[in-house]
Design a protein around this ligand. Structure first.
Ligand code: NDP
Ligand code: BG6
Length: 518
């Protein structure tokens, strides 16, 4: 296992602010004992994301074994070893396995204890509290206990689980300790259910104790957005309706719902991706400069953008469903649930009036990627006939292979005075060789331990996000908007491309950005 300090120095080269505690209480790992409780430990998210993220934090010295203990909790009857066997294979991809890593895995697994119990009775939670307290006493934590409850559970059980935690499992520190709750999306199905959930949890915990996770806010290039926009003179004068023709925020997956059809069919692509992940990215693209980097100042600006979004019109929406989606036995044969959607949002403020923000997300498409594409207007008084080469674009590729590139017109190298489209390219793999970019969940869990809520969704932000999408979602649920079938492995319904064109997006034909290879 590496020393935390060494890695802090190393990693701080890509993310300085993550190591500053701005929280509601002591966030330092040097203070008292830390118990991380994964509720729903038997589930898919826990094994694929939560435990691997904890393992990586452990390996990098952020979870010293002398201070940290990890508890899994779920209804399934399992021994500690059965839980460990279940998650073991997900901690290290087999291609990376080394003897050193395998020692780390064994040491990490020794930190884990499993407790079985229900989500709505006190018995299991009292047992859990007893185990945490016992461990805290053994740690000689000097009365400072820090308890992080990660709800890797369906939202339907959040209220009862939060009630049980508040009744049975709160930290008992006199000062310096804390109890925090991490909740996953989807947080509600619409405005009303989200508000109800917020009120139920809000009666039990303060906002400063609740971390609503949206893992897109933990992605490297999403976190880079504020820096790009507000630390570079280039962008300051250009970032507005005078220069920008349209903005696209795109999520594409080249696989379908894969065993999650039952869950997905209740939500659909708008609730699964657009209302949260893409809308959070939109906020960071469109918000005004915050007064400071304090989490509340940033979140204040995000809320203002959301509140300025106009009501979505049906003609600004194309929905699709891939052929074969209903073959999943957990999906009804008559399902109209969209697995693809393009939705145009319009922001009614001084900076963005008239600029379409095109949010597009789809499953079972022809590629996997997520990107932000800012397309600029044509050059006025164009003496070079640039139009035929295509417009300037600024692209941030969030995944795979993080990159930022600017498409621009240059003189065609050679004798002739002709122009061609080219790019200024910042490909991270090439520019930051050897720098490990952490998984989103790693950063976000570390933030929760440090008490930094900057990259988490505040209650009023969530409300404003649901206000934008709820009327549209209800029209879809009522069958007023239909999903158009599309073939898996394609770009989705062609109607979506027409919608983009009508919104003013001009695709550059013949230009392909080829990411550099090492
Ligand atoms: P699972 O369906 O795997 O559920 C997690 C655990 O919760 C299960 O192992 C089960 O444990 C318990 N559980 C399941 N259904 C119920 C129920 N109806 N009532 C009570 N307990 C139940 O979910 P995931 O792990 O996939 O997701 C957990 C949360 O994370 C969800 O909110 C999901 O939307 C969110 N999420 C998941 C992602 C993923 O990739 N899986 C990605 C992003 C968010 P037991 O029966 O042992 O108690
Ligand atoms: C989750 C969605 O929130 O994000 C999944 O529920 C989706 O449907 C996933 O596959 C995508 O995350 P990423 O980080 O792979 O883009």
């Amino acid at each position: 296992m590496a020393s935390g300090v060494w890695h802090m120095e190393k990693r701080s080269s890509i993310r300085n602010d993550s190591f500053v505690d701005r929280g509601d209480s002591e966030g330092s790992l040097e203070c008292g004992s830390l118990s991380i409780i994964v509720l729903g430990a038997s589930g898919d998210l826990a094994k694929k994301k939560t435990f691997p993220a904890l393992f990586n934090l452990y390996r990098q010295g952020f979870l010293p074994p002398s201070e940290v203990h990890i508890f899994g909790y779920a209804r399934s009857k399992m021994t500690d070893d059965e839980l460990k066997n279940r998650i073991h294979g997900y901690l290290v991809p087999s291609k990376n396995a080394t003897p050193e890593l395998s020692d780390d895995v064994s040491a990490f697994l020794r930190l884990i204890k499993y407790v079985s119990g229900s989500y709505d009775t006190e018995e299991g939670f009292q047992l859990l509290d007893g185990d945490i307290t016992k461990y805290e006493c053994e740690q000689n934590s000097q009365g400072v206990s820090r308890r992080l409850f990660y709800l890797a559970l369906p939202p339907s059980v959040y209220p009862s689980v939060c009630r049980m935690i508040s009744l049975c499992c709160m930290d008992k520190s006199k000062n310096g300790g804390w109890t925090r709750i991490v909740v996953e999306k989807p947080f509600g199905r619409d405005l009303e259910s989200a508000e109800q959930l917020s009120s139920q949890i809000g009666e039990l915990f303060d906002e400063s104790q609740i971390y609503r996770i949206d893992h897109y806010l933990g992605k490297e290039l999403v976190q880079n957005l504020l820096v790009m926009r507000f630390a570079n003179r280039f962008f300051l004068p250009l970032w507005n309706r005078d220069n920008i023709a349209n903005v696209q925020i795109v999520f594409r997956e080249d696989f379908g719902t894969e065993g999650r059809g039952g869950y997905f069919d209740q939500y659909g692509i708008i609730r699964d991706i657009i209302q949260n992940h893409l809308l959070q990215v939109l906020c960071l693209v469109a918000m005004e400069k915050p007064v400071s980097l304090k989490p509340e100042h940033i979140r204040d600006e995000k809320v203002k953008v959301l509140q300025a979004v106009d009501r979505i019109k049906d003609e600004d929406v194309v929905l699709g469903q891939y052929e074969g989606y209903r073959d999943d036995p957990t999906v009804p044969n008559t399902s109209n649930t969209p697995t693809f959607a393009t939705v145009i949002l319009r922001i009614h403020n001084e900076r963005w009036e008239g600029v379409p923000f095109i949010l597009k997300a789809g499953k079972a498409l022809n590629s996997r990627k997520a990107e932000i594409r800012i397309q600029f207007k044509d050059v006025p008084g164009d003496i070079f006939k640039c139009k035929k080469q295509g417009r300037n674009e600024f692209v941030m590729r969030l995944q795979p292979s993080e990159a930022i590139y600017m498409k621009l017109t240059v003189k065609q190298p050679g004798l002739e005075m002709s122009t061609v489209q080219s790019e200024l390219d910042l490909s991270y793999r090439q520019r930051y060789q050897g720098v490990v970019i952490p998984e989103a969940y790693e950063r976000l869990i570390l933030d929760t331990i440090r008490g930094d809520q900057q990259h988490f969704v505040r209650r009023d932000e969530l409300k404003a996000a649901w206000e934008i999408f709820t009327p549209l979602l209800h029209r879809i649920d009522d069958g007023q908007l239909k999903s158009i079938p599309y073939k898996p492995g394609t770009r989705g319904p062609t109607e979506a491309d027409t919608l983009l064109e009508n919104a003013g997006y001009i695709q550059t034909h013949g230009y392909i950005w080829i990411p550099p290879t090492l």
